[in-house]
Design a protein around this ligand. Structure first.
Ligand code: SF4
Length: 212
């Protein structure tokens, strides 16, 4: 059945990507982080949807970092702790739900306070205390746990890139099956398949019940 969902006439997996990786000059310093692997390894296989969680704060803009404070995890200015953009970034995240509802995966910039996947330093009392997700990457993981996430370093690894694509295609397959009322058939066909996150089926089943 999976192949039935996949042919040239069907949409490609929609992939959210950190805009700076596509060559957009949206970083705090006005530069980009263009990644040739984005196109060399994925060309023609996905539809990229670039976005930058921090662009609305201005380009260029003061750099921010993640800090644990008495009020919890905050995104504060590196040079000025009085600059706190946490709420602004959280608002950006919630505004992306229509896009994330349709997305099949995310390619995100490592180490960014917004985009990093487990690679973003967080600080306490002036020193790096550990590494975690950036705020946007964490939002995706919390609200869309079935979406595969990969950063630009992992994208260079063809095996990891292949696994990412496989998982993104499964998400697309499931979305299409759900739209066609074929979720039961999809579930039976893919039962126990590696790369299929159970939370995706649970999510689609919830939607099925809600839409009844
Ligand atoms: S917030 Fe994300 S997309 Fe924007 S410049 Fe930083 S790493 Fe790139």
């Amino acid at each position: 059945m999976s192949q039935a969902y996949f042919n040239a006439s069907l949409p490609k997996p929609l992939i959210v990507v950190s805009a700076c990786l596509t060559g957009a000059r949206v970083r705090y310093d006005g530069d980009d982080k263009y990644q040739p692997a984005l196109y060399a390894n994925l060309d023609g296989q996905v539809t990229l949807s670039p976005l930058c969680p921090e662009q609305h704060l201005g380009v260029p803009r003061p750099p921010v970092q993640l800090v644990i404070t008495a009020d919890g995890l905050r995104a504060q200015g590196v040079d000025n702790a009085a600059l706190d953009v946490t709420e602004s970034l959280q608002h950006f995240c919630t505004m992306q739900t229509p896009l994330l509802d349709r997305a099949c995966g995310a390619i995100l910039k490592a180490r960014s306070p917004s985009c990093g996947i487990g690679s973003t330093p967080w600080h306490q009392q002036g020193a790096i205390a550990g590494y975690r997700d950036g705020l946007f990457a964490a939002f995706i993981h919390q609200h869309y746990p079935w979406l595969p996430r990969i950063d630009e370093a992992q994208l260079d690894d063809l095996a990891m890139c292949g696994q990412f694509l496989h998982r993104a295609r499964l998400v697309l397959d499931a979305q299409l099956a759900w739209q066609q009322g074929l979720l039961d058939a999809f579930r039976q066909h893919h039962a126990g398949e590696a790369g299929l996150d159970p939370s995706l089926l649970a999510h689609l089943e919830r939607k099925e019940r809600t839409d009844d």
